[in-house]
Design a protein around this ligand. Structure first.
Ligand SMILES: [Zn+2]
Length: 284
């Protein structure tokens, strides 16, 4: 019997800011993770379309919650260029894929040249070609064997902090930033934006002030209870914000201030520094 169904897929994405306190040098640094989650549900014979859509969306959100709670990237500290212990396993699979790529490319190149030699042999049929073929195999099999040996060695005893420091330094500089430098760069950016606003219209057609977003970060652990935080506005004033327990990311708190004789509506947007639940801390 023909089974007809309609498949609903929902994809959601989210950026999370991870905060790491380095176990080697003690500095705090942040990095960003782009997470994507997908949920699927079927509606057999095109019945129950609405509930299938809802189910797909629920599945995607559940999968996203798991990722937000558990996933992490393996990134060296921008202060000392060392990996945290819990990142070793992911760092190893990353390093292994580089080795596998190198090994396979070498094998592929070897086969290609051997094939070329074989075709050439059809027309020339010279004895030296046999030696050449053997030499070629040897040349290309050495890197393959070498990379295999490296992978085996890694599986026995792997410490990514003994791998190339230049490499670790590059990854750290590209993908992570020290917490204080990150917060300072946000402040600088906001001050510049406010300066630019001084000469631009800041009201919409109804005469209402256009909101000026001021993102501020707190540690997600602080949301275990109601919390009061001080936020510095780019005009130099500080405001106190009462944040309720379990408030979600993106919550907004507005403050209207007079800056240079103009009304500015600062809209403080809650952002959180998150930390993954690590395998050793996972209960049950
Ligand atoms: Zn460090």
């Amino acid at each position: 019997m023909l089974y007809v169904k309609n498949v609903h897929t929902t994809t959601i994405s989210k950026t999370v800011t991870r905060l790491v306190k380095c176990e080697h040098c003690g500095i705090e640094f942040v990095y960003f993770m782009e997470l994507e989650a997908e949920g699927r549900a079927n509606s057999p014979y095109f019945l129950a379309e609405k509930s299938a859509k809802k189910s797909a969306s629920q599945k995607a959100h559940r999968q996203m919650d798991v990722q937000v709670a558990k996933s992490f990237d393996s990134i060296p500290c921008p202060g000392c260029f060392l990996y945290q212990k819990y990142m070793y396993e992911t760092a190893r699979s990353g390093a292994n894929s580089v080795s596998l790529f190198t090994g396979c490319s070498s094998l592929f190149l070897g086969c290609l040249l051997a094939g070329g030699l074989r075709i050439l042999y059809e027309s020339i049929q010279a004895d030296w070609m046999w030696y050449a073929a053997v030499a070629l195999m040897a040349i290309f099999l050495v890197p393959v064997a070498w990379q295999l040996a490296v992978i085996v060695k890694r599986s026995i005893n792997f410490d990514p902090n003994t791998e190339s420091e230049d490499n670790r330094k590059r990854i750290a500089q590209e993908q992570a930033v020290e917490r204080h430098a990150f917060e300072k760069s946000i402040q600088t950016q906001l001050t510049n934006d406010l300066d630019e606003l001084a000469t631009a219209p800041n009201e919409n057609a109804n005469g209402d002030p256009i909101p000026f977003d001021v993102p501020f970060w707190i540690d997600d652990a602080q949301l275990d209870h109601d919390v009061k935080v001080q936020v510095s506005l780019p005009n130099g004033e500080n405001v106190e914000i009462d944040i309720e327990r379990d408030e979600s990311e993106g919550a907004r708190y507005s403050f209207v201030k007079i800056v240079g004789g103009r009304k500015i509506k600062f809209r403080c947007v809650l952002r959180t520094f998150t930390q993954p639940i690590l395998p050793s801390n996972r209960a049950g």
